[in-house]
Design a protein around this ligand. Structure first.
Ligand code: HEM
Length: 211
């Protein structure tokens, strides 16, 4: 089966579970507080920074992978706009990296790339309700770049990601490692969204950011 179809099949259930979480539902309906949104952005910054650092340090993967707008840079800009300080990299992010490294296939990181680039598809539906919830204009440079900075032709970039995945899958002895890395990444992100869903009420309802 084509690698993109295998990735979709292997991760469809986790994606559905993420979409059903209370935090995801509230993002979609514009009902989250700035405080809990910034908890998400802080964690995503560590995920994307780590992924982009690993991608750039692997020439074999970097050569095949398309140039996509840096989501780590977008997250750093958003946190600055929202007046939030950066925190230390949490232990579970180290654990996520170890889980993928344990597959002993550097190219498997393309599976994480599938998840992190693919999540831009959801951003198309999240940007507007988030702007409403955070009381921000729906534009770049105000704290929503993570969802809006998708380059001049997002559909073309996503096709290029699919092509890179196909190329990689034919070169690897064990393309299952790409699927395994995607599942590991999705599961870690599900845990993050689940944990934010259960933040104490006072944080979930806090309208202003305390730093
Ligand atoms: C929070 C709520 C979310 C919503 C409403 C959402 C919504 C969507 C939608 C509508 C698509 C396009 C489906 C299609 O074109 O058939 C999509 C694709 C995707 N989403 Fe999400 N998403 C969410 C969260 C996430 C998260 C947290 C991740 C992982 C970090 C993620 C990863 C993906 C991936 C990898 C795809 C591409 C699937 C493919 O075409 O192969 N999504 N999402």
């Amino acid at each position: 089966m084509e690698i993109l179809n295998r990735l979709r099949e292997a991760t469809a259930d986790i994606h559905r579970r993420i979409e059903k979480l209370p935090f995801s539902r509230r993002m979609l309906t514009g009902q989250i507080s700035r405080r809990e949104y910034t908890v998400l952005l802080q964690a995503l910054l560590h995920i994307h920074q780590s992924y982009e650092r690993i991608l750039n340090a692997c020439p074999a993967l970097r050569t095949l992978w398309p140039q996509c707008p840096s989501r780590a840079a977008a997250l750093a800009r958003d946190l600055e706009c929202l007046g939030v300080e950066l925190n230390d990299r949490p232990g579970w992010v180290e654990e996520w990296i170890s889980q993928i490294d344990a597959l002993q296939e550097p190219m498997a990181w393309a599976g994480a790339g599938y998840v992190l680039e693919g999540s831009r598809q959801g951003s198309r539906f999240l940007a507007a309700p988030l702007a409403k919830a955070l009381d921000l204009p729906l534009q770049m440079g105000v704290g929503l770049d993570y969802h809006l900075d998708n380059g001049p032709d997002p559909a073309q970039t996503w096709r290029a990601v699919g092509l890179a995945l196909s190329n990689l899958a034919t070169r690897l002895q064990n393309p299952n490692s790409i699927v395994a890395a995607a599942v590991i990444t999705f599961e870690n992100l599900h845990s993050l969204y689940r944990d934010i869903s259960t933040l104490p009420q006072e944080i979930a309802q806090e309208r202003s950011i305390s730093v």
